[in-house]
Unconditional design. Structure first.
Length: 190
């Protein structure tokens, strides 16, 4: 019996010491900053990556839009015609206009330049194939003659730079984002 009393006494002392240790840990604030940082670092990193990816993507979209505006003006005023520019030269001209974002590769660039009899004939939708990719069937190089109604559509498959953003930013089956710019006009008498 005496041994049971001693063991019970030691168990109570251990429980008291354990309680004291738990109370001491509750009062101790020395690791709070590290724990708070660990809890906030990952969401902050994701938010920062999302802001950077979105900003870069919008900037690239603006570069494509500016390129389409610049080139369409050259066609509209008769500076670019079938007589002085081939299809490959025209494609290179678009590539040169967007080279600030694509380098000299332009591997994700496709375009369509066609003349129409009326504004109602101009396509109003992005052509997709059965897989969700761009359908380039029927794309042409036809800057038209003077007074022609012409439409230039430029598509660029922009790579999503940050892998964790790919599922929410991409709109093509290969994980890229489609940048698109279009302009329709009537050529001036040149």
């Amino acid at each position: 019996m005496f041994l049971g009393v001693i063991m019970a006494s030691r168990a109570l002392n251990t429980i008291r010491h354990l309680g004291d240790a738990v109370r001491a840990l509750r009062r101790d604030q020395s690791g709070a900053t590290a724990i708070e940082f660990a809890m906030l670092a990952l969401p902050f990193a994701f938010l920062s990556f999302a802001i950077i990816e979105t900003t870069v993507s919008f900037t690239a979209q603006q570069v494509v839009s500016n390129a389409v505006d610049t080139i369409s003006r050259e066609i509209r005023t008769g500076q670019l015609t079938l007589a002085n520019t081939t299809k490959s030269q025209f494609g290179q001209k678009i590539c040169d206009e967007i080279s600030v974002m694509s380098g000299s590769k332009c591997s994700g660039l496709v375009w369509d330049l066609q003349s129409y009899n009326s504004f109602a004939e101009v396509p109003k939708k992005i052509p997709h194939d059965g897989n969700g990719d761009i359908d380039t069937t029927g794309f042409k190089y036809d800057p038209g003659m003077e007074n022609s109604i012409v439409s230039l559509r430029v598509f660029y498959k922009w790579p999503v730079l940050i892998d964790v953003m790919q599922s929410s930013m991409s709109n093509l089956p290969d994980g890229k984002t489609l940048l698109y710019a279009s302009v329709t006009w009537q050529n001036e008498p040149f």
